[in-house]
Write a protein that binds this ligand. Structure first.
Ligand code: HMG
Ligand code: MG
Length: 319
């Protein structure tokens, strides 16, 4: 039987490294992207064009860690046909990216063909993350999306805190549905649902997806992605649950890198190795070579002097 394709958006170089306390130089980030490419990842979120001046609470080096994405894009070996989305929070970030793209020699593989915009399903998180309410952020992002689309970039949208908000508690799935709809209407090709805090489980993820996809909402699961942080160890289970709802795209980080500066105690994204292992032998076909990905996870964990957060990666290391 033909195995059904699952897309993986490898977010380690952005979501993962954004939340590691060490400041990682662009050449190490570029090498991470190269190694991920070699291991078979075909969509790799490479960095962000957020404000280097933006300093969230208790995270003094945030801006410093986020600077240098232009250098990462220049230094990494870009491959034709692969995608390297970068986060853009506002028009200023988009302009910086467009300026960079305009400087590039025409015969090169473009630095990127995709941006990711982000908002949240709670005002409290939106304020902490981007200094504006959800409504203000949607207005801002509409301008960004229209301009980016006109420039030939495709736009992916993120909704954060789809289960719980670290500041205002439980989030109503109806709010997630409404924000998702608004992002699709402005022109995003896909919306990634972020369990930022990582408290979701198969029951709450099911309730969420029933609301976002079901009823009169008219949102096809093919337009959605699952972005699950693994704080409570539910990432893989939440992905398997989402597959039952028809989602076929998931975000994950090699080695389970990361955390979240706005979400105390939250750990990284579900590890890509764990997702690949969970899908092994199933009716789903995901990109990437598990053995090679585990090697990348071990390598980057060593670079960061951290414990490999992938259970599968650790198990394979011990063999
Ligand atoms: P603000 O302070 O309101 O911005 O921040 P501003 O427009 O008032 O500008 C302040 C200064 O920053 C100005 O400089 C701007 O030029 C500059 P000055 O005039 O003082 O010299 N500036 C910029 N510089 C470079 N690039 C830019 C930029 N924008 C302004 N793009 C802002 C508003 C949105 C910019 C800020 O809050 C910000 O950058 N936030 C980003 C926070 C972030 O990166 N969060 C992590 C990513 S989201 C995430 O991790 C969740 C996700 O993984 C899904 C999930 O798990 O839920 C995606
Ligand atoms: Mg995230």
């Amino acid at each position: 039987p033909v195995r059904e394709r699952v897309r993986i958006v490898e977010v380690g170089p952005r979501d993962g490294l954004q939340n590691e306390s060490a400041v990682i130089p662009p050449h190490v980030k570029a090498e991470l992207v190269n190694r991920l490419t070699h291991a078979g990842m075909d969509i790799i979120e490479a960095g962000s064009f957020v404000s280097p001046k933006w300093v969230p609470q208790k995270d003094r080096s945030f801006g410093e860690r986020m600077a240098g994405t232009a250098d990462v894009l220049k230094q990494m070996h870009r491959q034709k046909g692969l995608h390297y989305p970068v986060l853009v929070p506002n028009v200023k970030g988009l302009e910086n990216l467009l300026e960079l793209l305009a400087q590039q020699p025409k015969d090169e593989v473009p630095y990127t063909d995709e941006i990711a915009i982000f908002t949240a399903a709670s005002d409290a998180f939106c304020k902490a993350n981007t200094n504006c309410t959800i409504e203000e952020s949607l207005a801002r992002l509409k301008t960004v999306t229209h301009r980016a689309t006109k420039e030939g970039l495709r736009v992916r949208g993120y909704v954060s805190v789809v289960i719980d908000c670290p500041y205002s508690g439980k989030v109503d799935p109806v709010k997630v549905r409404d924000v998702t709809k608004a992002l699709l209407e402005m022109g995003c090709y896909e919306i990634s649902l972020g369990d930022t805090v990582g408290t979701g489980n198969p029951t709450t993820i099911s309730e969420l997806l029933e609301t976002v996809i079901g009823g009169s909402s008219d949102i096809s699961p093919s337009l959605l992605a699952g972005h699950y942080h693994d704080t409570f160890g539910m990432g893989v289970s939440n992905i398997l649950t989402s597959l039952d709802f028809g989602l076929r795209t998931f975000d994950s980080s090699v080695g389970g890198l990361g955390g979240c500066p706005y979400s105390p105690g939250a750990t990284g994204n579900v590890a890509t190795e764990d997702v690949l292992y969970a899908l092994r032998g199933s009716r789903f076909d995901a990109p990437g070579d598990l053995t090679k990905m585990a090697e990348v996870g071990s390598w980057i964990s060593k670079q960061l002097n951290r414990t490999n957060a992938s259970r599968v990666g650790k198990a394979l290391e011990a063999r």
